[in-house]
Design a protein. Structure first.
Lengths: 700, 79
């Protein structure tokens, strides 16, 4: 075998990801927007004169899938033609929950997979008062048992050197109860090549989506003929295995009095306190947002300054002409517009990943479940909703570990309402235009408005969930069960890898779209359909012969813009945006934002003939774009384009509208349905339009 | 004669042995994480206003949280 496939299988919180990071070092590749709940993390390891391909499967307690994550696990392990189908399965367990690990190991072996058993966090064996007889355990499991500590790297060399050994033959530990035997015999005929246990799995799951339709129908027929209840079968298996393992381990595993929960208990007494727990959680949220805004400032300024210098330098060295201006103003400035978000995203994911790694995130789920339930959500929805404050794309993906399909769908549908980092520059510009820099009760009025926009995002998300909860029918009853892991010091390797994945994922995926839009905008703004665009200078000069050179240049610029493709598109859209209080130029900003919100500020800068690289952090330029926008007159009303009414209307529109191609794409992928994706887009954008319309008509 | 009591009625600090699971609606995942007849649990935390409860499954020494709506179908005897 040239490149043997190895998969890591195990319960959540056994240090599987640490082990994966240790084994693959940095030779790993991840999906576009991975999270703790990745679809697949794969990496490679060169050893024993081979290159091993290693996949870190999502954590699972059993092979019976309850969530999308777990479905992936079952599919990879059981589908022989799957390209990730393992040559070797490494089952990772930790001392306290070794019995659960053994159940998973037995299930894997009975599927017909060669597997070895790794007992990770071996350093905790002593302190947890556990005594294991390893030779007996190896004999019982009929495989080698490796003792590792993935944090220090202990035991890894030995593990790697045994990658080519295959465990001895295995006989099933699970006696299928008599009452199911007849049904099983019938099912076996459908799958002559499968092991008995795999057939049992097929029979004991409600639906195995990867099987051919006729096999699914045949299985369903057997289930109804023998009146089989898949849940009942799964429970029966679980009980039989538990009893058997407890019996079998009696002279292998010995537990003395256990003290390790003490520290966790003490911390939990504070962090899960009915009042204090919430104060600490909201305090932490406040700290995170404070960090995002204040810590990222200098970095963002630095990035922006560097890009400013780069474009300045390039424009002096490159020959003048449309192509170099596409390169400088379109592409380089477009990339600058993406990179500037990186510090905020890094800081947010640093916190989220620390919360996850330390074990605190499960406590948040515990605290918040009761408050999210009335909205049809689940405690686990907290993670997508919080991540949504950085970027909806990884946030939507992190909804994968929500078991209930309806709660998962609702979470994905409402997460894009959360104020993501792309909305921030728009809010800052518009708030700067319409809200005076006064103090209210000692607080900065603009700051209060920005805070209100965040609240509005949360209200939008929860309110929509509340409405959708009434509309969407649930197929399965809702339940919640999750483990609260013991508190641990975060594994910095995991934290860093996770943050790196998130940041680079954002850079590439969002980057592609912003880049594309920048180029399209540039092209549409720099070419026109008729001679009015190309002969702008002559036409303007003839109309206003007395203009100074500087004024002339300005007038020509705006005349040209009006007669570019972009201008004509904007004029065509005007009837739609006029009731909201916008003119055609703002309409263009709005439309280009449907690709990604973050292009708004750049677009407005292009439209107001300022060059697209507008730095809203930089005071000098900020005031000049602001001055320009402030003095802009709406051609329809004759009033300032950005007055209080149209400004509020714009803020509302950006708060609610689904203006992000990448999010639409990821929702489509994650829901597997165009229907829900369209409903979401129409619902959000419709809500945005109505809210903006009402606000403008009342305030104007 | 010890009284059967459903898990949602237990108080923090109560240690109990599960003896039955009253609903077929309870998914197999509950069994897998330690809510099966014979399993011993200790109630550790309760979220306010009928929020979830958190118990220690003694067998695995693991903290598991479940909602009261499911807890009321799981009966146990205080030991």
């Amino acid at each position: 075998m040239e490149n043997p496939n190895i998969v890591l299988l195990g319960n959540p919180n056994v240090g599987k990801t640490s082990l994966f990071n240790r084994l693959t070092k940095l030779n790993q590749k991840v999906g576009n927007y991975p999270g703790i709940t990745v679809e697949k993390r794969e990496g490679s390891l060169k050893a024993n004169n081979k290159t091993y391909h290693i996949v870190d499967l999502p954590g699972t307690y059993t092979l019976f899938p309850n969530s999308l994550d777990e479905e992936i696990v079952f599919k990879i392990l059981s589908q022989k033609e799957n390209k990730l189908s393992p040559n070797l399965t490494i089952v990772v367990a930790e001392p306290s929950t070794i019995k659960r690990g053994i159940i998973l190991y037995q299930q894997a072996r009975e599927l017909g997979l060669p597997a070895i058993f790794v007992l990770n966090m071996i350093d905790e064996v002593e302190s947890k008062g556990i005594h294991l007889d390893f030779p007996k355990l190896e004999a019982y499991l009929k495989t080698k048992v490796f003792q590792t500590n993935a944090r220090t790297g202990k035991g890894l060399e030995k593990l790697i050197s045994s990658f080519d050994e295959r465990p001895s033959l295995y006989t099933s530990n699970f006696e299928i109860p008599e009452k199911y035997k007849e049904a099983l015999e019938e099912a076996k005929k459908l799958f002559p090549l499968a092991t008995e246990y795999l057939t049992w799995q097929y029979l004991a799951q409600e639906n195995v989506s990867y099987l051919a339709p006729e096999k699914q129908v045949a299985l369903a027929a057997i289930r109804s003929k023998y009146q089989l209840d898949p849940h009942e079968m799964q429970k029966t298996e679980s009980l039989l295995r538990h009893d058997r393992i407890s019996m079998d381990l009696e002279n292998i595993l010995n537990k003395s009095e256990n003290k390790t929960l003490d520290t966790t208990s003490k911390i939990d007494r504070i962090l899960l306190h009915p009042i204090l727990g919430y104060i600490i959680f909201f305090g932490l949220l406040f700290l995170i947002f404070q960090a995002i805004f204040s810590w990222s400032g200098p970095l963002m300024d630095w990035i922006d300054g560097s890009f400013g210098e780069l474009t300045g330098y390039l424009s002096t060295v490159l020959p003048e002409g449309p192509l170099s201006s596409l390169f400088i103003e379109g592409i380089i400035a477009g990339i600058g517009g993406i990179v500037i978000f990186i510090p905020q995203i890094v800081i947010l994911f640093l916190f989220l990943s620390l919360m996850e790694e330390s074990g605190y995130m499960s406590r948040v789920v515990f605290l918040m479940d009761r408050w999210l339930r009335p909205f049809g959500l689940n405690g686990k929805s907290v993670i997508p909703l919080m991540s949504g404050a950085a970027c909806a794309i990884p946030a939507v993906m992190s909804a994968r570990n929500i078991e209930n399909p309806k709660e998962r769908l609702l979470t994905m549908l409402v997460t894009p309402f959360m104020t993501c980092s792309a909305r921030l520059p728009i809010y800052i510009v518009i708030i700067g235009l319409i809200i005076p820099e006064d103090k209210f009760l000692g607080f900065n009025l603009q700051g209060i408005t920005l805070f209100m926009m965040y609240i509005l995002g949360i209200v939008g998300a929860l309110g929509s969930a509340w409405i959708l909860n009434r509309v969407i029918k649930s197929i399965r009853s809702s339940y919640l069960i999750f483990e609260l892991p013991t508190y641990k010091m975060p594994d910095w390797k995991n934290v860093m890898t996770n943050v790196w994945d998130k940041a680079s994922g954002f850079l590439w995926e969002a980057g592609k779209i912003i880049l594309m839009i920048s180029i399209v905008l540039w092209v549409f703004g720099n070419f026109g359909p008729n001679r009015k665009f190309y002969d702008a200078e002559e036409i303007v000069q003839q109309a206003n012969p007395n203009l100074s050179a500087e004024e002339l240049e300005k007038e020509v610029g705006s005349y040209r813009l009006e007669h570019s493709f972009l201008g004509y598109i904007g004029m065509g859209l005007e009837p739609i945006v006029r009731p909201l209080g916008y003119d055609w130029k703002m309409g263009i900003g709005l439309i280009s934002s449907f690709a990604a919100r973050e292009v708004f500020v750049g677009t407005m800068a292009v439209v107001y003939s300022m060059g697209p690289d507008v730095d809203i952090e930089d005071e000098g330029q900020k005031s000049s774009l602001l001055t320009r926008m402030k003095s802009e007159i709406n051609a329809n009303t004759g009033k300032p384009a950005y007055n209080f009414a149209s400004g509020i209307s714009l803020l509302l529109f950006y708060a609610f509208a689904m203006q992000c191609m990448a999010t639409i794409g990821v929702v489509r992928k994650e829901t597997g349905s165009w229907k829900w994706t369209l409903i979401q887009t129409v619902f959000m954008t419709g809500l945005a339009y109505v809210a903006a319309l009402i606000a403008y008509q009342i305030l104007k | 004669m010890p009284q059967n009591i459903s898990l949602d009625k237990l108080k923090i600090g109560d240690i109990a042995k599960i003896n039955a699971i009253q609903s077929i609606e309870i998914p197999a995942k509950f069994y897998e994480l330690g809510f099966y007849p014979g399993s011993i649990i200790e109630v550790k935390h309760k979220a306010p206003l009928n929020g979830p409860i958190c118990v220690n499954v003694v067998e695995n020494n693991a903290l598991i949280a479940i909602r009261k709506s499911e807890a009321k179908f799981i009966t146990a005897v205080i030991i």
